[in-house]
Each structure stands twice: as C-alpha cells, then as structure tokens.
Design a protein around this ligand. Structure first.
Ligand code: FES
Length: 166
C-alpha cells in the first residue's frame, strides 16, 4: 500500500525531472538559436558595410545626333528627352519641354507651347506668356563629343538666346 503512493510520488518526481530537463534543453536551444540569429544578423550587416549607399542617377548628357541632321530651319521635338532642338541661321539651341511650374511636359501649340497640367503658355523661345509657370522654359547647354556628335546636358542651363554655332 505504501509502495503505491511512493510509486506515485516517484513517478511524479520523475515526470518533473523530465519536464525540468526539457525546460532546460528548451532554454538552451532557444539561447543558442537566438545567439546564432544575432550573429547572422550582424554578419548581414557586415556584408552591407562595404557597399556605398548611393543612388546613381542616369547621365544627364545625351547624344542627339550630328549637326548635319539639323539643317537650318529645323525645329524637332525629341520626346525621349523632353527637348526641342531648333536650328536657324545663327546656330542651334535646345529648349527643355519640362514646365517650370510643377514639371509637366509641355506640348507644342499655336505660337509656342501649352502645359496640359495648369494651362501655362510659352512662346517659341520658351518665354512665359501665361502663368502660373514662374519662369521661361530652360535653354540647355549644347556641346560636341569627340566624334563630333551633339551632346545636350539636360541639367545644365544656359541663358536664353545662347546658340551654338554648328
Ligand atoms: Fe505646367 Fe503647372 S505644371 S502649368
């Protein structure tokens, strides 16, 4: 009779021992895995360190072709770059078609350009004839590559009226 109770107590303590070991193993495993995860995260951080966190923008200089492709009297839209190339007897110039109000692309219209977003108007030279655009369409710098091709810098403005002799 006593033996049954002792057996029960023994079984209970044995069960507790199993739970205790399991708890200990669980905690050891959890600690090991947490440490491994922390090391792995640190390693990933190290992998990122040598790389500069820089966003490269596309080159602002674009080739538009050779001078003989723009004979006097040319007025050509190059929609891929949102520019208009004009050549007259005095030379060649490039006008940006990006509205100076909020950056919409203007469209050719009677006597110049019209912005479809808020209705600004510009004359052929890009001068504002109706707001809200605060200033004229920018004239862009034109240069030549080593092979003679014409290069337009989409981020470099020149004073309106500046023409490149080609
Ligand atoms: Fe051209 Fe507003 S973006 S008028």
């Amino acid at each position: 009779m006593v033996g049954a109770r002792q057996l029960g107590d023994r079984a209970l303590s044995h069960q507790e021992a199993i739970e205790s070991v399991s708890r200990r193993e669980f905690l050891e495993t959890a600690a090991t895995r947490s440490a491994a995860a922390a090391l792995f995260a640190g390693f990933l951080g190290l992998l990122r360190m040598p790389k500069p966190n820089i966003h490269y923008e596309p080159d602002s200089k674009v080739r538009i072709g050779f001078a003989d492709e723009f004979p006097a009297g040319t007025s050509r839209l190059i929609s891929a770059h949102n520019i208009r190339v004009v050549r007259d007897q005095e030379g060649l110039h490039v006008v940006s078609l990006v509205c100076t109000h909020l950056g919409c692309v203007v469209q050719a219209a009677e006597g110049g350009f019209l912005c479809p977003c808020h209705g600004s108007k510009f004359d052929e030279a890009g001068t504002v004839t109706k707001g809200p655009a605060p200033r004229a369409l920018p004239w862009l710098a034109v240069s030549r590559a080593e092979d003679g091709a014409l290069i337009v810098d989409l981020r470099k403005e020149v004073p309106p009226g500046t023409k490149t002799v080609v």
